[in-house]
Design a protein around this ligand. Structure first.
Ligand code: IMP
Ligand code: MG
Length: 189
């Protein structure tokens, strides 16, 4: 664990995954992808904005193959929990037909986001499609979904850092930290 951290946000509870742990795991995922796609001449890392930005930019540096990067921006229709109705705010630019696509998100909660976008992308005829996420709250899944490249399985905490946010705050932290929701709500008053 990192010692005596200075938290720039007053609603952080504790660091649950350190910067070093993230670095090590991202390197391993990069090696795995490098091995799995060494025969591919059309590898596309497709990230979901904005949470996956830090993850995808670190991960792509660890993939020692030619690749392309693209993004989609999606949001869930209602409230703090994903509703299953996923809206596409901005679509990818690449025509993915014939591409080996790895769809990348920051975290899986109910699973609706990746489940829905995966189905939509399959209709666009990629050569292959796999899922990648930095974090997964496995017991909270509401749909049957398997992450091919997973960083860490975590308990049911609300977390921020390394791209993840709470109301757009916390993305710049270099580690993953749990949020003290009482302190967070108090800080908004
Ligand atoms: P799902 O569709 O329920 O799987 O939710 C996935 C999306 O919800 C992610 O892309 C995140 O944007 C957001 N999300 C879920 N849990 C967290 C969290 O603990 N911290 C930050 N964002 C989260
Ligand atoms: Mg998201």
């Amino acid at each position: 664990m990192q010692t005596a951290p200075k938290f720039p946000y007053n609603f952080i509870d504790k660091i649950i995954i350190t910067q070093e742990q993230i670095e090590e795991r991202v390197s391993q995922l990069g090696e795995q992808i490098t091995n799995d796609y060494r025969d591919s001449d059309r590898l596309l890392l497709l990230g979901l904005l904005r949470g996956s930005v830090m993850f995808i930019t670190d991960l792509m540096r660890k993939v020692q193959l030619p690749l392309t990067m693209d993004f989609m921006s999606v949001s869930s229709y209602s409230g703090s929990e994903s509703s299953g109705f996923i809206r596409i705010d901005s679509d990818h630019k690449t025509n993915i037909s014939g591409w080996d696509v790895i769809l990348i998100d920051d975290i899986v909660d109910t699973g609706y986001t990746l489940y829905t976008i995966r189905k939509l992308l399959l209709d666009r005829n990629p050569r292959s499609l796999r899922l990648c996420a930095l974090l997964d709250k496995v017991p909270r899944h509401k749909v049957d979904i398997k992450i091919d490249y997973l960083g860490f399985a975590i308990p049911d905490y609300f977390v921020v850092g390394y791209g993840l946010d709470i109301d757009e705050k916390g993305r710049n932290l270099p580690y993953i930290a749990s949020v003290d929701l009482d302190k967070y709500l108090a800080s908004k008053k």
